[in-house]
Design a binder for this molecule. Structure first.
Ligand SMILES: C[S@@+](CC[C@H](N)C(=O)[O-])C[C@H]1O[C@@H](n2cnc3c(N)ncnc32)[C@H](O)[C@@H]1O
Length: 179
């Protein structure tokens, strides 16, 4: 009996590991951006510094495990939408959402964020990679309404001039842009 439980447990663990590794690899092949989460303290700092409120609609471009959206929504009550292509991190966010009381104003989409119109968002957040930033910049200008802000971590837009630049407690840079 003990042997069977051990065998089933090991098989489940092996499947989970295979799923995480293969979906990470596939996600990386699709996006070329690894999953590296923003620290909770950094998200709190950004929320306070930029005065995000319940009136904002916040898009996390590449939302990973959903941490940024969960914290922004919890601290401000803003509607938050996370887009993520890598399955395991997307599923992680969806599972967490099942156990939280934040369902009405939080959404996670297993979707390429370039295939969605960002016109609704008042704030977009991007912790991405340099080679993507021109495309993100162009979509920000094309889709977002005047007054909307882009909060970009570490890898700035190539052509737009930021309205504000500041450092997070652990020295990462935040660039703020307005349409
Ligand atoms: C550096 S992680 C940041 C995760 C999260 N925003 C955070 O700060 O904790 C970037 C994520 O963006 C995702 N990603 C990159 N390009 C994407 C795209 N075009 N559509 C959806 N997700 C994308 C990657 O899979 C990765 O999980």
């Amino acid at each position: 009996m003990l042997y069977q439980i051990f065998l089933i447990g090991s098989l489940l663990f092996a499947f989970l590991l295979l799923f995480v590794v293969s979906s990470s690899l596939l996600g990386f092949m699709l996006t070329r951006v690894p999953f590296v989460p923003t620290r909770a303290a950094d998200i709190e700092f950004i929320v306070k510094k930029l005065g995000i409120t319940s009136k904002d609609i916040f898009y996390d471009l590449g939302s990973g495990n959903g941490k940024v959206c969960f914290i922004v929504n919890k601290l401000t009550g803003a509607k938050c939408v996370g887009f993520e292509l890598t399955w395991w991190t997307y599923l992680w966010a969806k599972i967490k959402l099942k156990f939280k009381d934040q369902k009405s104003k939080l959404q996670f989409k297993n979707q390429n964020f370039f295939n969605h119109n960002w016109g609704e968002a008042t704030i977009i957040y991007g912790y991405l990679y340099p080679m993507l930033m021109r495309q993100v910049q162009e979509k920000f200008i094309a889709d977002c309404k005047p007054g909307s802000r882009a909060i970009i971590r570490d890898f700035p837009f190539p052509d737009l001039k930021p309205v504000e630049v500041f450092y997070l407690p652990q020295n990462h840079e935040i660039y703020v842009y307005k349409v």
